[in-house]
Design a protein around this ligand. Structure first.
Ligand code: NAD
Length: 250
């Protein structure tokens, strides 16, 4: 058995991914920042299905907490094979002319710095040059990195753009070390994230607007998780540095 770490896995896409990875036979580390009870519910659901999981608290925007998170994984008697950088944040919809430096720093601290730090710690454990057995990293970016999220959260879109550069650059750095680095870029997915942006009904609004989503509907967290789990699997063994757009054609 090998380990899979999913950051921000107490709800939404991270939760769906943790459950599917456990079904594939990984022992899953369910990282959460604040919602301990929801993370424990994800662990309980995995165990009810016969899988293995445990919850680990860490704010990935904090370097010391990221280091402690990976040290917790080192206590397991199995190697880390998969890292899913799923944790991400956005704030209330606004225009660039209204964005404060503090907001920018918070968005980038989680979405960019946090993802970088988790990649760093994973490479130290997976890389053949570090005595590791290789592995797979999947960064959950966003269609916003291509589209810009104008009038909503250009800061968030730009942070996802930075994640895309990380995916490409790191994939080249570690390809010879047995680590594949890929990305899934979701479009409009039914999760609680949209409430954080100030519009809980955002996906339904957009889905009802002709032409915005070519497939005419929002996506489910499970549909994104399927792509993540596939990129993590041996079925994707010759694939690195790539992006799967899970966005209904958008
Ligand atoms: P979500 O808000 O339900 O999940 C994000 C999770 O990350 C939350 O559980 C949150 O607590 C956690 N998190 C945030 N900051 C963290 C930190 N510093 N440390 C640890 N955990 C932290 O939203 P979701 O839709 O499931 O989002 C998952 C990923 O998918 C995010 O990276 C998001 O940007 C991306 N995404 C979502 C959509 C969508 O339409 N829902 C679209 C494109 C991309």
């Amino acid at each position: 058995m090998t380990l899979a770490l999913v950051t921000g896995a107490s709800r939404g896409i991270g939760r769906a991914t943790a459950i599917k990875l456990a079904q594939q036979g990984y022992r899953v580390a369910v990282n959460y920042r604040q919602r301990a009870e929801e993370a424990q519910q994800v662990v309980a659901q995995i165990r009810e299905q016969g899988g293995e999981a445990f919850a680990v608290q860490a704010d990935i925007a904090d370097e010391a907490q990221v280091v402690a998170l990976f040290q917790r994984l080192d206590q397991e008697s199995m190697p880390l094979a998969v890292l899913v950088n799923n944790a991400g944040i956005l704030f209330t919809q606004c225009r660039v002319e209204e964005i404060s430096a503090e907001r920018l720093q918070r968005v980038f601290a989680t979405n960019v710095t946090g993802t970088f730090l988790c990649c760093r710690e994973a490479v130290k454990r997976m890389g053949k040059h570090h005595g590791g057995a290789g592995g797979a990293i999947i960064n959950v970016s966003s269609a916003a990195s291509r589209l810009g999220a104008a009038g909503e959260y250009v800061d968030y879109a730009a942070s996802k753009g930075a994640m895309d550069s990380l995916t490409k650059g790191l994939s080249l750095e570690v390809a010879a070390q047995g680590i594949r680095v890929n990305s899934v870029r979701p479009g409009f997915i039914y999760t609680d994230m949209h409430a954080d942006g100030g519009e809980p009904g955002r996906v339904d609004r957009v889905a009802a607007t002709a032409g915005v989503i070519p497939m005419g509907r929002g996506g489910e967290a499970e549909e994104v998780a399927e792509a993540i789990v596939w990129l993590a699997s041996e079925a994707a063994s010759y694939i690195t540095g790539t992006f799967i757009d899970a966005a209904g054609g958008r």
